[in-house]
Design a protein around this ligand. Structure first.
Ligand code: AMP
Length: 569
């Protein structure tokens, strides 16, 4: 058994760990601490919340701080206020016997002047949310020129929350020869992009084994304003045609109200709650088990003991007050060896609760945006295609109708038939989902309550030029993927790209003026999945901050996308 002594930590730190009751290192600590203490390379560590990752970076970080020097020597970036406070507190406890080490947490939503004073009193470790740190940099209230170590904690979560641009700005303000340690629960494309772009020779530590028992439940959350909760629920259901869910509400009244609204909107839903008689309850449960209902709306009490083996989603329309209730609710999915999703639809204020649940349940919650029109349309079309492929054709019953149809359609090629069929079958669907507004709360701005005038991307590229491209969310692009894609094709770097507006079948991208032609030429004549990419310079948006307009289309050319191009792959 490895001990903390064997990992190479100094006596003062060992004493603090003993006082904290840390008797032996967790797997991530055992792997990461010796590496971080010795290597000059940058390091990526894949570890979940609850595995002891704070000590895994915190302990080697403290070994590198010179307590005699009262300037910022280490920077830790984390996605939320709660996490910053927790990390700074942990660092203080680990440094209990190291006088002169002064960690300070800075985050949005709190008095910025007090944070400035705390930094000026001689902080040598700053733990920050990206937005607030940029505000402080904009005020010249923090000097990062002496930073030797930067830690990106929960990097995937920071990127999920839209902090990509802020992270790029911050990383550029730190010395090039610092060491960067990136901690993440997952290693998706955006995390890889950040690692590739901002980290030097990297070593990777992956801790296969989690501290908690592996679970087949994926925990997710979406953040919307209270008025959009119902819309968000409907969109998640529409975007997942095979969804078979239990939706939890806190009160009987809300349960019934929600079921009534959903039924009115054409969903196969019904409620169970304490006011129903046993016979009524059996009736609803019978319909649910038989899958005549897709959505069972329930209170915690009424749902106790429900055992339906193929529930795909548990949806928390209201987060429960207790972690125990959350666990009970979530346990209605992922039964009998299947996997399942536990999705919470929450308001901005409840993000704290999600963090608390993460800590208490020692699990990771992934942020997911509410699906947009493109996602829903695509999901519905794919579900329809699946039915089409699997249907058993009853030729006898169709009889004469089939012969007539064959004669009527004989002149069309297969391709034309598919196009016509799609236009007729999905005309209404596409109209319905085409321009759904984005109802996600912009998480990247949540700690900007005391914003100062730092330049926005648009201002930075004041004479900026804006690229129109006929690729968007319907093609699977979000801001991160688009950034990677544009950089990959054109060879420019991410800092040449400013604000992006990703719509369903097209996007607008601010490009630093000197590099506009390079990007424009790189895309000319290019194809994406067999479709011709069209780029143009957007008109009327330059430097004025108004919304971009698509370039004028040459007369007679059909727009690519929508009912035709959108789903052609
Ligand atoms: P973290 O993943 O850093 O949020 O840590 C999860 C929890 O485990 C925190 O409450 C830590 O205080 C605790 N913890 C971390 N490392 C150890 C250890 N080696 N021994 C006991 N508890 C630990």
């Amino acid at each position: 058994m490895t001990t903390f002594q064997e990992l190479g930590l100094r006596a003062e730190v060992l004493l603090a760990l003993e006082e904290l009751g840390f008797t032996k290192p967790t797997p991530v600590q055992e792997r990461a601490i010796p590496l971080l203490l010795t290597t000059e390379n940058d390091v990526v560590v894949l570890a979940q919340t609850g595995t002891g990752k704070t000590a895994a970076f915190g302990l080697p970080l403290l070994e590198d701080i010179d307590p005699g020097q009262r300037h910022v020597q280490a920077l830790v970036l984390a996605p939320t206020r709660e996490l910053c406070v927790q990390i700074a507190g942990d660092l203080e406890r680990f440094a209990a016997h190291l006088p002169g080490i002064r960690p300070v947490a800075v985050y949005g939503g709190a008095n910025i002047r007090e944070q400035v004073r705390a930094i000026q009193r001689g902080a040598n470790v700053v733990v920050a949310t990206p937005g607030r740190l940029l505000d402080l940099l904009g005020r010249n209230a923090v000097d990062l020129s002496g930073v030797r170590i930067t830690v990106l904690d929960e990097a995937d979560e920071m990127l999920n929350m839209g902090f990509q641009e802020d992270l790029s700005d911050i990383l550029q303000s730190t010395p090039a020869d610092k060491r960067t340690w990136l901690f993440s629960a997952t290693m998706g494309g955006e995390v890889r992009h950040i690692a590739k772009r901002y980290m030097r020779a990297t070593e990777e530590v992956q801790v296969g084994e989690r501290n908690t028992a592996a679970t087949a439940i994926q925990h997710r959350y979406a953040v919307v304003h209270a008025r959009d909760r119902y819309t968000a629920l409907k969109r998640f259901v529409d975007a997942e045609p095979d969804l078979f869910a239990i939706v939890f509400c806190r009160t009987k009244h809300e349960t019934q109200e929600l079921a009534t609204a959903l039924i009115k909107d054409g969903f196969a839903a019904d409620a169970i709650h304490g006011d129903l008689s046993q016979a009524q309850r059996d009736h609803v449960m019978g319909r649910y088990r038989a899958r005549s209902l897709q959505l069972l709306i329930a209170t915690d009490v009424a749902a106790r003991g429900i055992d339906v083996s193929d529930v795909t989603h548990v949806i928390h329309y209201d987060l429960p007050g207790e972690a125990e209730s959350y666990t009970h609710r979530s346990g209605r999915t992922a039964r009998a060896g299947r996997s399942g999703i536990s999705l919470s639809i929450i308001g901005l204020r409840e993000v704290n609760k999600v963090r608390q649940l993460e800590r208490m349940l020692k699990t990771h919650f992934t942020y997911v945006p509410v699906p947009g029109g493109g996602d829903i349309g695509r999901a519905q079309v794919l579900a329809y295609m699946k039915r089409l492929k699997e249907v058993e054709v009853d030729r006898e019953a169709l009889g004469q109708i089939l012969r007539t149809a064959r004669e009527e359609l004989a002149a069309f090629s297969q391709e034309e038939l598919i196009e016509r069929f799609m236009s007729v079958a999905f005309h209404r669907l596409l109209d319905q989902f085409r321009d759904l507004p984005d109802i996600n709360v912009d998480m990247s701005r949540r700690d900007h309550t005391a914003r100062v005038d730092r330049p926005s991307s648009r201002e930075r590229f004041a004479t900026g030029r804006q690229l129109f491209i006929n690729l968007g969310s319907a093609d699977g692009f979000d801001k991160g993927r688009m950034l990677g894609y544009v950089c990959g094709i054109s060879g420019i770097t991410g800092d040449m790209i400013g604000r992006m507006l990703i719509k369903d079948v097209y996007s607008f991208i601010d490009i630093e003026p000197d590099h506009f032609e390079q990007v424009f030429n790189a895309f000319k004549g290019a194809n994406y999945k067999g479709r011709k990419i069209r780029v143009d310079e957007a008109q009327g948006a330059q430097g004025r901050g108004d919304r971009p307009r698509a370039p004028k289309r040459p007369a007679g050319k059909r727009p690519v996308g929508r009912a035709h191009g959108k789903y052609r792959r």
